[in-house]
Write a protein that binds this ligand. Structure first.
Ligand SMILES: *[C@@H]1O[C@H](CO)[C@@H](O)[C@H](O)[C@H]1NC(C)=O
Ligand SMILES: *[C@@H]1O[C@H](CO)[C@@H](O)[C@H](O)[C@H]1NC(C)=O
Ligand SMILES: *[C@@H]1O[C@H](CO)[C@@H](O)[C@H](O)[C@H]1NC(C)=O
Ligand SMILES: *[C@@H]1O[C@H](CO)[C@@H](O)[C@H](O)[C@H]1NC(C)=O
Length: 411
């Protein structure tokens, strides 16, 4: 998009990206309302056949039918029909941790696998995700699942500033948010409901640092809220384990963080103490000069339990990269750093688990009209980080919208 101006620029972006991994959101449009809960049945027989016997991503369905389920739009589309495999497992749970899985995932670097990561750390985390709810996204409060699960995924794009989409967003059964999802002060534009919050530990902490002054002073919390960890590093497994156990993080760059309020002691270490000066921590130190709020004591609220936390399957992330977001960046110097953005991972997660999906605050073709994020006070251009391919993501959302598979909020 004419934004790449030579090696220095790339390096700068790379540094920023490596340290911040910030989300560069995504956008969609509620201009045409959903068809709504009219009559007309979702054909459970054909849907089951299409989804296949492995389909366990969204649990048992009961209740209202779906008029325009996305799987039908997929089935009808000559290109996307060949890309989507709705039976591919989205979440990683302890139940599937076998030698075979270890051998296979050890061949890929995170977030696509476990190469170079501690088997002990991964095994001890996965052993906590051992219940059936760890394999399913929608198991909230034991409510029966609707036969038409309507999801909104809310990226943080500036298109949402002044959008007045809050009511439409909250009208969905489940609302996904991610990274610096500021709500206070933007309720009319982005709504208040949060069912899932998606992040990597890196993007979550950098969002708290970078957007604290703009109102992102805590990660969304709530009784019905679930967290979706993106396993981009061993940090994510280690933090997840501590979060479930409600204890401080014992090791690694987040040592001393107390992810849940039940932890026996508050976060101890300031951001840059006692850590090896990696590229990430150096960049974070640079960022933190603008950080004036108190350090967060907890991230995930008082309730620590395995059912509160979900973990994306590394194979799901590989599948998404291979089929939907196979960027040319993979063949460059940045190949090892490339991964779909947090927003892209959440939106594609929703597309593989919900029956209808709307995307708000995701990148659109006229992204230049809007600020980077909806919560900025002064307009800032969208940043194209070197470890993501937002142009490719923009084209994917546009095509999925045209195909009727999702509804992209645009204006
Ligand atoms: C549902 O789909 C199956 C298989 O495609 C078909 O045999 C059946 O008649 C359909 N049922 C309805 C109600 O459309
Ligand atoms: C999960 O729990 C079952 C029974 O409680 C146990 O046999 C199994 O080893 C556990 N799995 C992991 C990965 O710890
Ligand atoms: C990367 O390069 C290989 C070999 O030149 C090519 O086959 C592949 O299509 C390229 N991948 C992408 C995503 O451009
Ligand atoms: C957000 O919208 C308001 C009102 O429409 C406008 O004044 C403001 O400049 C916008 N902020 C950004 C960062 O674009």
């Amino acid at each position: 998009m004419g934004l790449l101006h030579g090696p220095l620029f790339w390096l700068l972006l790379l540094l920023l990206a490596a340290c911040s991994g910030l989300l560069f959101a995504l956008y969609f449009s509620a201009a045409e309302p959903y068809p709504g809960p009219r009559s007309g049945a979702r054909n459970a027989t054909s849907s089951r056949a299409f989804i296949g016997p492995k389909a366990s991503n969204s649990g048992t369905r009961k209740g209202l039918p779906c008029r325009h389920p996305l799987y039908l739009a997929i089935q009808r589309h000559p290109h996307f029909r060949g890309l989507f495999d709705l039976s591919t497992p989205v979440l990683l749970s302890g139940a599937v941790f076998t030698q075979e899985l270890w051998d296979s995932l050890s061949q890929h670097k995170a977030p696509y696998g476990w190469q170079g990561l501690s088997r002990q750390a991964i095994a001890s985390t996965l052993s906590l995700l051992n219940g059936s709810e760890s394999a399913e996204l929608f198991t909230i409060s034991g409510k029966p699942l609707s036969d038409c699960i309507r999801c909104a995924v809310v990226g943080n794009g500036g298109i949402l500033n002044g959008s007045r989409q809050g009511w439409n967003i909250d009208a969905h059964d489940y609302v996904f948010r991610l990274n610096g999802a500021v709500i206070k002060g933007f309720e009319k534009d982005v709504g208040t409901k949060t069912s899932f919050y998606g992040f990597t530990v890196n993007t979550m902490k950098n969002s708290l640092i970078s957007y604290w002054n703009l109102g992102f002073t805590s990660v969304p919390q709530g009784q019905d809220l679930r967290y979706i960890f993106i396993p981009s590093d061993i940090r994510d497994y280690v933090m997840l384990r501590s979060a479930v156990l409600g204890v401080p993080v014992p090791e690694g760059p987040d040592k001393g963080d107390s992810p849940a309020r039940t932890g026996p002691r508050p976060a101890a270490a300031p951001a840059s103490s006692s850590r090896p000066p990696t590229r990430n921590t150096m960049a974070r130190a640079a960022l933190s000069t603008s950080f004036v709020g108190p350090r967060p004591q907890t991230y995930f609220g008082p309730e620590a339990s395995a059912s509160k936390f979900k973990l994306l399957h590394p194979d799901f992330i590989s599948y998404l990269r291979e089929r939907f977001l196979k960027s040319k960046l993979i063949n460059t110097t940045f190949g090892d750093l490339y991964m779909p953005s947090t927003g892209a991972l959440m939106l594609l997660t929703a597309l593989h688990t919900c029956d209808q999906v709307s995307a708000y605050g995701f990148i659109t073709s006229n992204y230049w009209k809007f600020s980077d994020h909806y919560f900025e006070r002064i307009k800032k251009p969208l940043i194209f980080y070197a470890n993501h391919d937002l142009s490719l993501e923009a084209a994917l959302w546009r095509d999925l919208h045209k195909a009727g598979i999702l509804r992209l909020y645009q204006r």
